[in-house]
Design a binder for this molecule. Structure first.
Ligand SMILES: [Zn+2]
Ligand SMILES: [Zn+2]
Length: 344
């Protein structure tokens, strides 16, 4: 990239705790209802309700619809990956895939020869349920830092799924109850289990139904699945040796007592930390993350060739320090409202 002709902070700033692009008068993933909002993806700490005009990918728009985040008077501007849009004020917006969940996008802003990329949440590991992360060269890269410590090295998902398959072979009478977030994690785990050869129907908690159907409407195939609530209580033995999926809070809840010999399992990036697994009372922890790990965060910042990196939330200091050592102008911001527990 050529030397920046203008100061990037003169057109992209943190206002009310979120990124605000002044010449286009838009916020990125605003927490509060905003007249003009660019939304990177459908997780609840990024997509909120009550905005006037929403720019998002068609998939993110559909997710927001499913969760009632878009009302009748919301103006929708769906943009497919790579489709350029004039935001006004001389600013062009386009979305690049972020590899995080279905429809997840990096918001690319261009103004007076400069390019700023707000990556939202992203990952580099393969995910059969969404488009792969695309590296976009830029002047300023805005990244999260949820897993920005050298200890976080996410294993291949196949390896973690094999752990689950092995446990089911060893303990064929137990019901493996896997706690997964409803948006993204659930579908990625189901798909990977299918690719690993799991052939039984999946049994789903009702909270996972609508978003799984939404993924199916975008061409994803999870094979046969059924709602737990549709199985009569007296048939509890049917679940032995099978996989039940539910939100993480339910694995040790009253709800899980209906199953024969439940084996509480949690699929989350935090399962790398023993204390977290204990805290969740998981008997089996699968390290499954939809965020970039330490190496991928560093690699991504380098590959964008950005001279400046702004770090929104998470282990901000660790990433800031490591990038500065490489001569990158890194700046930690600690934005509010970004929750590390959602969809990690
Ligand atoms: Zn997310
Ligand atoms: Zn997030």
């Amino acid at each position: 990239m050529d030397p920046a002709p203008i100061d990037s902070e003169s057109w992209m700033e943190v206002r009310d705790g979120q990124f605000y692009c002044a010449p286009a008068d838009v916020y990125v993933d605003p927490m509060e209802p905003s007249p003009r909002a660019v939304i990177t993806h459908g997780h609840a700490d990024h997509a909120r309700k009550g905005h006037g005009t929403v720019w998002a990918t068609p998939e993110t728009m559909a997710i927001m619809d499913t969760r009632y985040y878009i009302s009748d008077d919301t103006v929708r501007v769906p943009l497919r990956y790579g489709e350029r849009h004039d935001l006004g004020g001389g600013v062009t917006l386009w979305f690049a895939s972020a590899g995080h969940i279905l429809g997840s996008a990096q918001a690319v802003f261009e103004y007076q020869g400069q390019r700023i990329v707000a990556a939202g949440d992203f990952k580099r590991h393969p995910d059969p349920t969404c488009a792969a992360f695309e590296v976009v060269p830029c002047d300023v890269f805005i990244t999260e830092a949820t897993f920005a410590l050298p200890v976080f090295q996410h294993p291949p998902l196949e390896q973690e799924v094999e752990k689950l398959m092995r446990s089911m072979r060893t303990l064929p009478d137990r019901t493996h109850i896997v706690g997964v977030y409803a948006l993204g994690k659930c579908q990625r785990v189901m798909k990977t289990l299918r690719l690993a050869g799991y052939e039984h129907p999946f049994y789903l908690h009702g909270a996972l139904k609508r978003l799984t159907e939404l993924y199916e409407s975008y061409g994803q195939d999870f094979g046969d699945w059924q709602l737990v609530s549709e199985i009569p209580r007296k048939d509890r033995d049917l679940f032995r040796g099978k996989i039940v999926l539910c939100p993480p809070a339910q694995i040790n809840d009253r709800w899980s007592r209906r199953f024969a010999d439940p084996l509480p399992t949690v699929a989350s990036g935090w399962m790398q930390i023993r204390a977290r697994a204990r805290q969740k009372r998981a008997e089996l922890g699968l390290v499954v993350s939809d965020h970039a790990d330490w190496n991928d965060l560093l690699r991504t910042c380098r590959e964008t060739q950005a001279k400046t990196v702004w770090i929104t939330h998470g282990r901000v200091e660790a990433l800031e320090y490591a990038l500065k050592k490489e001569g990158i102008n890194a700046k930690g911001l600690h934005l509010i409202g970004m929750e590390e527990e959602i969809g990690e």
